[in-house]
Design a protein around this ligand. Structure first.
Ligand SMILES: [Zn+2]
Length: 271
């Protein structure tokens, strides 16, 4: 039997270094990252959320190995039934165009088997962190699983955005995969001053000013930032090696609260 695999390369958005990736599909579940500094078995427990105070990307850490910006790759990979071995040449996953589209299309083209692994919940729970809040309730049927996010930016162009997505029945390819990374123009200086965003450009990030996007190609959807936040949520929950069969409503989602949700659900599984 031939092995399905995908090779992708690009640059990392934060350190700006070249990075190449080989993703080999496995029949059995479980995702393992192999980096030059060592290997990391994916679970919510290896997600570190204290790397920087503004939580710009999801970072995995085990021993001396650390891999950053895994969320778009994992958001695409969780749409497939099997596990994977992922070989990465640097400590950051390539940002590509800032979305999950190239990852998803590559997995389809390589013949990866579609199908999301549902994660059943034992009980209802709620989580809060600063002004972010999440309510998580188990549902009986896959069709009832729904993720709702409520964003509220002081930016007048974005304002309040809400977005709902049914992870097991809506189309990831058309609704979520194309939505690109974005940043508010007012935050760009802060990001650069922190020594991050070195690989960021209008090629991979939508920069939004008070009057709208600065990118010449504008937006792929009028609510592209909300769809990207949903991609980040799906990618962060994918550390569970599947997606929760749940109704999840999050006000002001972000990598920190997303990781707290995944850790809480993981704890429920193992209790
Ligand atoms: Zn993102």
């Amino acid at each position: 039997m031939s092995v399905n695999e995908v090779n992708i390369s690009g640059i990392g958005i934060h350190k700006g270094k070249p990075s190449s990736l080989r993703v080999v599909e496995k029949v059995n579940k479980g995702i393992t990252f192999y980096s030059p500094a060592g290997k990391i078995e994916l679970s919510p427990e290896v997600v570190v959320t204290d790397i920087n105070s503004i939580h710009l990307a999801t970072v995995l850490k085990a021993g001396s190995a650390e891999i950053s910006t895994v969320e778009h790759l994992l958001g695409a990979l969780v749409q497939f039934a099997g596990g994977a071995d992922i070989y990465v040449s640097s400590d950051e996953i390539p940002i590509l165009d800032g979305s999950a589209l190239q990852f998803y299309n590559a997995f389809i083209k390589a013949g990866f088997l579609p199908g999301i692994n549902p994660i059943a919940l034992k009980k209802e729970t709620s989580i809060s962190f600063n002004d972010s809040k999440a309510i998580i309730k188990p549902v009986k049927n896959l069709n009832d699983a729904v993720y709702n996010i409520i964003l509220d930016y002081s930016n007048p162009f974005l304002g309040e955005l809400t977005y709902s997505y049914r992870p097991f029945t809506d189309s990831f390819l058309t609704s979520i995969a194309p939505a690109r990374t974005f940043a508010l123009e007012k935050d760009v200086k802060t990001i650069i001053n922190m020594g991050l965003g070195k690989g960021g450009s209008l090629e991979n990030t939508v920069i939004i000013s008070e009057n709208g996007p600065l990118n010449p190609d504008k937006m792929r959807f009028n609510n592209e930032p909300a769809r990207h936040k949903m991609l980040d949520l799906i990618g962060d929950l994918a550390t569970l090696n599947g997606l929760p069969k749940a109704s999840i409503t999050i006000t002001k989602p972000g990598h920190k609260i997303n990781a707290m949700i995944a850790k809480e659900i993981f704890k429920m599984q193992t209790d």
